[in-house]
Design a protein around this ligand. Structure first.
Ligand code: NDP
Ligand code: MG
Length: 392
């Protein structure tokens, strides 16, 4: 029986994870569930999965949830705050941590799990984007097992030999083909992008996801963040990664080898596949995902991304080439800009402007410590927030 922590249990990935766990309760036991604002939903999940701990952000929520769970006869102890998140992820009884908090808020608890040498299922790509070198060094030092949940990275992981240890040319890899759906605005006239609404941006054609990553998919910043994520996970240079638009989201990514072989991982677009893969790795378990019906799909298309339509791709490529705190600045400015777009404070097309301006104005430092990374994150958030105010 493996004890598992689900960080971000109330989110899209959190719920998919619990769905898979629910199909294999003879193998996995929920040790801790965490949430931020959706406390009622966390309460329901606690009733269903009976974790030892639940972790929330606010003191008030902690008291209320504790009272309610105790009334229901549950022994779950409710904890509060970032330190509690780090405590549960590094608890000696925990074997597996699903890192599915959205954005920079996930960095410290995810790093704590890595430091404690856990099996870490990484959905929270932003934490790796922010702290790449430090994160990967910590994985090495602590001998943690890092398994990618992002469908593309999980696909690449599956297409690489199981013995892969950080040298792509040595194992005959020519390049990584990182697939993208192109999001909801792949074919929208560029001049219409200034007036698209948050609801339109969140209506992804193939995937059902949280709002922030849905907007990232619409700007293709998601693919930019994923390019950075792939560089760190697979020790690749940005030039070794090619982005391929695959509008059906059936091929989740590919690895192109020197001998002309291209290996791909296919499946229906449902995150329970990479979650089940990583949970059971190196074994396989059922996920509840409908088997792929190739005859129904009929054909697969491939296109090159257009950087004029998707300028965030270029910004992300530049940030990973610059290294240091540049990816952390990019990520923070993007989080602030996406939140402002979702609050209808700025237009969709302003997202890239906020990020570009923040990267232009802030000095990049080295990113060798958590403190340096968090300082860059804070500065970028303040700058981007103030810049948005000037946009009126
Ligand atoms: P959601 O917005 O659906 O869920 C986010 C989760 O994080 C919720 O449980 C939320 O709590 C919690 N959370 C938000 N802010 C904080 C905070 N400040 N402190 C602690 N917890 C917080 O996001 P997704 O599930 O879509 O995405 C999660 C991660 O997985 C992201 O990093 C995303 O990039 C990545 N990912 C997601 C995919 C998807 O298909 N959804 C695919 C690939 C990667 P609450 O809801 O209670 O407020
Ligand atoms: Mg992805």
């Amino acid at each position: 029986m493996q004890q598992i922590c689900v960080l971000g249990a109330t989110g899209s990935i959190g719920r998919s994870t619990l769905d898979v766990i629910g199909q294999h309760l003879e193998q996995y036991q929920v040790f801790a569930l965490t949430a931020h604002q959706r406390i009622n939903e966390l309460a329901e999940l606690c009733i269903k999965y009976k974790p030892i701990f639940a972790v929330v952000t606010n003191k008030e929520d902690q008291q209320q949830l504790q009272q309610w769970l105790t009334q229901q006869g549950l022994a779950t102890e409710v904890l509060q705050g970032k330190e509690a998140l780090c405590e549960v992820t590094s608890h000696p009884e925990v074997a597996v941590v699903m890192a599915a908090i959205i954005g920079a808020a996930g960095l410290e608890p995810t790093l704590a799990a890595v430091k404690a040498g856990k099996k870490v299922l990484l959905a929270n790509k932003e934490s790796l984007v922010m702290s790449g070198a430090l994160f990967m060094q910590t994985v090495k030092d602590s001998k943690a097992t890092l398994l990618p949940i992002d469908s593309e990275h999980n696909a690449i992981f599956q297409c690489l030999p199981s013995t892969f240890d950080s040298d792509l040319p040595k194992i005959g890899v020519r390049k990584i083909l990182l697939t993208a759906s192109g999001g909801p605005f792949r074919n929208t006239a560029i001049e219409q992008l200034a007036t698209v609404t948050p609801a339109q941006a969140c209506a992804h054609p193939n995937w059902s996801m949280g709002k922030k990553i849905s907007v990232d998919s619409a700007t293709m910043m998601n693919k930019g963040l994923e390019l950075i994520e792939a560089c760190w996970l697979f020790n690749a240079q940005p030039e070794q990664i090619e982005i391929v638009i695959q509008p059906q989201s059936v091929i989740h990514s590919m690895v192109d080898y020197l001998d002309g072989s291209v290996l791909a991982q296919l499946g229906n677009p449902d995150m329970r596949t990479p979650i089940a893969h990583a949970l059971a790795w190196p074994d396989r378990i059922t996920s509840g995902v409908t088997p792929l019906d190739l005859f129904k799909i009929g054909h697969l298309d491939f296109m090159q991304p257009d950087e004029q339509r998707f300028p965030c791709l270029r910004l992300a490529k530049e940030a990973i080439k610059t290294k240091g705190t540049a990816p952390a600045i990019l990520n923070a400015a993007n989080e602030v800009a996406v939140a402002a777009f979702l609050n209808e404070q700025i237009k969709f097309t302003m997202i890239k402007q906020v990020i570009a301006e923040t990267l232009n104005k802030l000095a990049v430092t080295d990113a060798s410590t958590l403190e340096l990374i968090l300082t860059a994150d804070g500065q970028a958030r303040r700058f981007a927030t103030n810049y948005i105010k000037t946009l009126g």
